[in-house]
Design a protein around this ligand. Structure first.
Ligand code: LMR
Length: 400
């Protein structure tokens, strides 16, 4: 008997909140934990472009046979076109290889398992703070973890000097995880010139960037959001990229993401990718098809693509307008703390500056669920819950 030795594991820092939220019977409860978009009526919609693509698929799909280990060629090409631009030299020279993975998380974990085989003694460096699941993913693959400074709580911005100093000391062969845009959890992103400088450090030091790119389109727009990635790749010959269609296609539960590797030549990319395929084969064999087919159907069709781009823009615009209303509503309540930084942050999240005590107060007293550390999913705020939220935050700030 081994199972009766176990104590329950602690709940997940993000998904565990959703479970607790579901159990909460208070009528005015609000879930601002997990990064899932809601429209102003509080619904997480299936995008209309996705519905249309699904209708076509239902009518035309002829088989449920296995996918290739790395997924469908058409999907891979679409992923690369979004990451780099279809005409980019990396694509033309076939220096990138992509695997369709179950979500961005799947891409990170496959990438971690793959790297562990070739760099077993490397350390993986993550920002302080980073997505709560990052340390778990890389530790589960057996890596040692270390952190580099990123967020400066005093300025509510980037601790750029601290970051550079740490990255200059990362040894060759180590792996540095960077968020391309919409940094999770802070919403604080790097500028183009900062990416240039980081690229120069990576190439000088010889560490490998692993890029997490889960929010393309939710920051500035689809093209500007990839600028950091392209700038970095001007300086470094190799990197790994985990990307996701959970947020920008709303395909959360379809687990639709990718792992892309970039190498200095087409030959080394192909050789390295064969090891990625071996890694995948022993974990889940080959990816789930549906989400990838939806993405390919939309991106291959001019009309559906235009519709989808419009829907991504609407998501981004709503989040931005919620940011503005949140700041002005807090101000209107006489809250003297300056929350204007919320308008500058990019993506779904706002790193609110609320203390863990205030986060607990909001959950226990008000039924408002926020991730420990103070990360708020701005996309969960609606016209209906805004006033209650701002009244509650004002009270929480007074509570200490
Ligand atoms: C988040 O950070 O809330 C999302 O990426 C969802 C998740 O899996 O944690």
């Amino acid at each position: 008997m081994i199972l009766n030795e176990l104590q329950p594991a602690p709940p997940d820092a993000i998904l565990g909140l959703t479970e607790a939220f579901k159990q909460d019977t208070r009528e005015n409860k609000i879930n601002l934990g997990v990064g899932v978009y809601q429209d102003d009526t509080g619904v997480t919609p299936v995008l209309q472009s996705v519905k249309a693509a699904e209708e076509r698929l239902l009518a035309t799909e002829t088989s449920k046979s296995y996918m290739s280990i790395g997924g469908a060629p058409e999907y891979k090409a679409h992923v690369q076109a979004l990451l780099f631009g279809a005409e980019h030299a990396i694509v033309r020279e076939q220096r990138a290889r992509t695997a369709h993975t179950p979500g961005g998380t799947g891409g990170l974990r496959v990438g971690a398992e793959f790297l562990k085989q070739i760099r077993p003694d490397a350390t993986v460096w993550v920002s302080t703070p980073t997505w709560a699941n990052h340390p778990g993913i890389f530790s589960a693959a057996g890596f040692k973890m270390a952190t580099y400074p990123y967020y400066d709580a005093a300025t509510k911005g980037l601790d750029y000097e601290g970051m550079l100093e740490a990255l200059r000391a990362v040894p060759a062969g180590d792996i540095v995880l960077l968020h391309v845009c919409c940094h999770n959890p802070t919403g604080v992103d790097l500028t183009e010139s900062q990416w240039q400088e980081i690229g120069a450090i990576a190439s000088g030091q010889g560490w490998t960037p692993f890029l997490d790119f889960a929010y393309q389109g939710l920051g500035e727009d689809l093209e500007r959001d990839r600028l950091g990635l392209l700038t970095l790749l001007d300086a470094v010959p190799e990197c790994l990229i985990a990307s996701s269609f959970s947020k920008n296609f709303g395909l959360y539960r379809e687990r639709t993401g990718a792992l892309t590797l970039v190498a200095s030549t087409a030959e080394s990319a192909a050789a390295a990718f064969s090891h990625v395929e071996k890694t995948i084969r022993v974990i889940y064999s080959n990816p789930p098809a549906h989400g990838g087919l939806v993405v390919s159907t939309i991106l291959s069709d001019q009309e559906l693509r235009a519709q989808w781009e419009g829907e991504v823009t609407a998501i981004r615009d709503r989040i931005q307008s919620v940011r503005q209303t949140l700041v002005s509503e807090l101000h209107a309540r006489g809250v003297d703390r300056d929350f204007s930084f919320i308008e500058q942050q990019k993506g779904m999240f706002s790193f609110s500056g609320l203390s863990d005590g205030q986060v607990s107060y909001l959950r226990e007293q008000k039924g408002i669920y926020i991730v420990k550390g103070g990360r708020i999913n701005v996309a969960g705020i609606t016209s209906r819950n805004m006033a209650y939220l701002c009244d509650s935050i004002a009270e929480a700030l007074k509570s200490g």
